[in-house]
Design a protein around this ligand. Structure first.
Ligand SMILES: *Cc1c(COP(=O)(O)O)cnc(C)c1O
Length: 377
């Protein structure tokens, strides 16, 4: 099966009983049992729900795993994965992980005696040096936000194997359409499905996939114990979103390449970050481990004032947090998603006041470029 076909035909499709082509929304909490202690495969919807199960089956297949899990948000998925650990364990994480993951590690997990170190995982040596005797998990995000740094999945797997670490990959930016970390030996792949997988700015959700049966059992145990499950309506929205994931990602990537080239040639733009550009440090590595470059572009407009001018002038780029939708979004990381990082540290990382992040949508690229041109000139 080729990639776009896989998005349409994976998992459980339709309804056996009626022939309905779309999976029904099973808006139900409990299930009639034929006898006490016997059930039809479903007993209570926290434990399992047919609509959620259909989604979980698709997710397992499109990530080349065996088990999938749907959670109430990306953070609910990440928190549940962290519950695989126990007090005293240590985690090594990518230094520019999603802000919510940073907050979880530094303000919540620390209270449970789960310690952490943040390192630049695009440099395997730093990762190796950060591993301690009590390190149990290597948690990476690739590419990262907002500078699109790329981490080598194969090298991470070697380090994880050497030290017996659970390798977890946040694959939100790349999507299962372009990148499948389980193929590179990752133990767990997860997504904020709020972004590209949902794709229409209308649902908050998190998804997880694994290959190993025991790990699948362990995560199901935690999902059922902690209870941060996705409801049937939202599960159905994601089932619908996944069918067009391939089409959307192809359209988004085509637009992104043109926009990245336009920005690179523009005299007002100081620097462009997009893995699809040959001068991006992660370009070759992305070609080795991903089938595409995605739709996130960051660029340095030179100053905060210039960035504001661009925001005032664009019409089709909506100023908003989040990413991965059909509509193009624009944001200023220094004042939005990364405002909690001290300015010195931000500048050190390259997150300048003039840095603008684009999440490219599926509009006509001529309109998007005209929009940016208007803002820049
Ligand atoms: C948004 C996001 C999350 C968190 O997901 P929510 O659905 O907002 O809880 C985690 N990781 C990445 C890379 C994200 O972009």
């Amino acid at each position: 099966m080729k990639r776009k076909t896989k998005m349409v035909h994976s998992g459980i499709t339709g309804d056996k009983q009626t022939g309905a082509v779309s999976v029904p929304i099973y808006q139900v909490s409990t299930y009639k049992q034929p006898e006490a202690g016997k059930h039809t495969g479903y007993e209570y919807s926290r434990t399992g729900n047919p609509t959620r199960h259909a989604l979980e089956t698709v997710v397992a297949e499109i990530e080349n795993g065996t088990r999938g899990f749907a959670f109430a948000s990306g953070m609910a998925a990440i928190t549940s994965i962290m519950m695989l650990l126990k007090a005293g364990d240590h985690i090594v994480l990518t230094d520019d992980v999603y802000g919510g993951t940073y907050r979880l590690a530094t303000k919540v997990l620390n209270r449970m005696d789960l310690s952490h170190d943040f390192v630049d995982t695009s440099n395997p040596e730093e990762v190796e040096n950060a591993v301690k005797p009590n390190t149990k998990m290597l948690y990476i995000e690739t590419p990262t936000n907002p500078l699109l740094k790329v981490t080598d999945l194969k090298k991470m797997k070697e380090i994880a194997d050497k030290h017996d670490l659970l390798l977890v990959v946040d694959n939100t930016f790349a999507t299962p359409y372009w990148q499948n970390p389980l193929d590179f030996g990752a133990d767990i792949v997860l997504h904020s499905a709020t972004k590209y997988i949902g794709g229409h700015s209308d649902v908050v959700s998190g998804l997880v996939a694994v290959k190993d049966d025991q790990l699948g059992e362990d995560i199901h145990f935690i999902q059922n114990s902690v209870g941060a499950v996705l409801g049937p309506q939202d599960s159905w929205l994601l089932l619908r979103g996944i069918k067009t994931l391939g089409l959307r990602m192809e359209a988004i990537e085509k637009n992104s390449l043109e926009i990245a080239e336009f920005l690179s040639d523009h005299p007002q733009v100081k620097k462009v970050y997009y893995p699809g550009l040959e001068n991006h440090p992660g370009h070759e590595l992305t070609k080795q481990q991903s089938a595409g470059f995605g739709g996130m572009i960051s660029f340095d407009a030179g100053s905060g004032e210039k960035a504001d001018e661009i925001l005032r002038n664009v019409q089709y780029f909506t100023l908003a947090e989040s990413l991965g939708a059909v509509e193009s979004l624009i944001s200023i990381p220094a004042r939005m998603t990364h405002a909690s990082i001290p300015k010195d540290r931000r500048e050190e990382l390259g997150i300048t006041d003039g840095l603008i992040r684009l999440s490219v949508g599926i509009e006509d690229v001529e309109d998007l470029i005209a929009d940016l041109e208007k803002g820049l000139s």
